[in-house]
Design a protein around this ligand. Structure first.
Ligand code: MF3
Ligand code: CO
Ligand code: CO
Length: 270
């Protein structure tokens, strides 16, 4: 055992953090969320995704924090920016946004050793009717998942809440990517599936820290990864959306570490 790690590990390999650890996650989550608030002003037709990434990288640095993604498995950027039919892990670059594009910006920062991981949707210019519906259902699905978080419920309850809501809206949940435990590490057990059966999976306990980050497609759920070995797209080219929060399980529910300080979590708010 390393001296700086406290708390026990469950039989499912999930770390149970201490009460005092919530403050570290709150600080990391707040920075990530504030940066996602601030980048919103830059999102408009004609801007490149590299410009958005540069802004985020500079903000992380200015805060005295560290980007968790720069250097992670060879990744070179402070964000993933996933436009339209890109499901996740889109690489920022010279491509300019055009009117009506929807995009997810995903940022993970490290503050005093704690990881804050969050993503949300933005729109360049005018949101189309069908994109608006997708974004709304994806946002609401994340919140349904978070509502299922409390000690005694299971990870399957979270997945089921998300899947049931998405499918009732005739959209599909991506199976190929999931949420994850985090804390003093970026990715830890468990895999947080965004689909599942009620009562299945590990039981939630106070002190668990993890992300919920459903990806929802207007068409079929299948994805493929492009030749750059990062960019995941919908196989049928349908639009895809994602929202992500980092949360901690409390005695009665969830502490959302990555709430937007400016009330801008959804592209039509703030
Ligand atoms: N932030 C992503 C997540 O939600 C992971 C990005 S890893 C990267 O887990 F290398 F692609 F940036
Ligand atoms: Co994540
Ligand atoms: Co993320």
């Amino acid at each position: 055992m390393e001296g700086h790690t406290r708390g026990r590990i469950t039989k499912d390999g999930i770390r149970i953090y201490e009460d005092g650890d919530f403050a570290g996650m709150q600080a990391a989550g707040a920075l990530a969320a504030r940066i996602l608030d601030d980048v919103a002003a830059l999102v408009e037709p004609g801007v490149t995704t590299a410009t958005l990434d540069d802004f985020v990288r500079d903000q992380v640095e200015a805060a005295g924090a560290t980007s968790a993604t720069i250097g992670y498995k060879g990744y070179q950027h402070a964000t993933c920016i996933s436009v339209n039919h890109v499901v996740c892990h889109g690489i920022p670059g010279p491509k300019t946004l055009k009117d009506g594009d929807i995009l997810n910006i995903d940022v993970t920062v490290i503050v005093d050793g704690w990881f804050g991981d969050t993503s949300r949707m933005y729109v360049a210019g005018q949101l189309s009717r069908k994109a608006e519906r997708l974004v709304q259902v994806t946002h609401d699905a994340l919140m349904k998942g978070i509502e299922a978080v409390k000690p005694g419920n299971t990870f399957g309850d979270i997945g089921h809440a998300i899947q049931a809501y998405v499918e009732a809206n005739r959209m599909s949940v991506v199976r190929d990517f999931c949420g994850h435990g985090l804390g003093r590490v970026f990715h830890a057990p468990p895999n947080v599936l965004h689909y599942g059966r009620p009562g299945s999976g590990a039981v939630l306990e106070e002190g668990m820290f993890f992300t919920i980050e459903p990806m929802v497609n207007l068409g079929r759920p299948e994805t493929k990864v492009l030749a750059d070995e990062w960019t995941a797209v919908t196989r049928d080219k349908s639009l895809s959306a994602q929202f992500e929060h980092s949360i901690g399980v409390t005695a009665t529910g969830a502490d959302i570490f990555t709430l937007s300080p400016g009330g801008k979590f959804h592209p039509t708010w703030g």
